[in-house]
Design a protein around this ligand. Structure first.
Ligand SMILES: Cc1cc2nc3c(=O)[nH]c(=O)nc-3n(C[C@H](O)[C@H](O)[C@H](O)COP(=O)(O)O)c2cc1C
Length: 171
């Protein structure tokens, strides 16, 4: 089972990256930072089809398990991550062979913010997108980096362990 952690934060080295680095080190996952890519908004005339989207999608499709990690921005996923999901529409319309490669893969999602507060419905777009794409949705978790202590707390570490053991390792 190969795994890629896909980060969509507006800053490459912010709070979400602290969690990403922790996960990569702990579980040996591969990592991709969407903020380093040039990925334009969805366009009905596919004006952005020569940007980094298709090659980034192909890169993540090399893995069996795709884990999205996004900060909470305005009670929702980051804009960068939402644009990435919007652009999957390109694969359903103009590069169907690549689009079909999502089928049978696994998806999970992680939100990061500064408190344990959870927002109802936050993960719904991930779950429904997985269903639509024929992927197995493994589950999700909210983690937080407390403002005064820029590291993964023991409490969050234990939650991540439970998440990894109980939700991510179904197969
Ligand atoms: C534009 C923006 C919107 C935010 N909206 C929320 C929010 O709705 N709820 C919340 O708990 N935190 C919110 N936050 C705080 C971030 O989720 C939090 O600081 C997170 O750890 C930032 O991760 P980053 O450093 O990777 O961007 C927001 C931050 C920003 C910059």
């Amino acid at each position: 089972m190969t795994t890629i952690l896909i980060q969509g934060s507006s800053r490459s080295n912010g709070d979400t990256r602290i969690v990403s680095d922790f996960l990569v080190k702990k579980y040996g996952w591969n990592f991709i930072d969407l903020a380093e890519k040039e990925i334009g908004h969805y366009d009905y005339e596919y004006k952005n089809s020569n940007d980094d989207f298709i090659k980034t999608a192909k890169e993540i499709l090399e893995y069996d398990r795709l884990i999205f990690i996004t900060p909470v921005y305005w009670y929702a996923m980051s804009g960068i991550m939402k644009v990435f999901f919007d652009r999957i529409s390109d694969l359903i319309r103009i590069d169907k062979d690549t689009g079909r490669r999502f089928r049978g893969k696994q998806m999970a999602a992680i939100s990061s913010c500064n408190s344990p507060d959870k927002y109802e419905g936050f993960f719904m777009p991930f779950k429904l997108s997985a269903d639509y794409l024929g992927m197995t949705y493994l589950g999700d978790i909210n983690v937080w980096i407390a403002d005064e202590n820029k590291s993964v707390s023991e409490e969050v570490n234990l939650l991540l362990d439970k998440f990894e053991k109980e939700q991510l390792t179904l197969s």
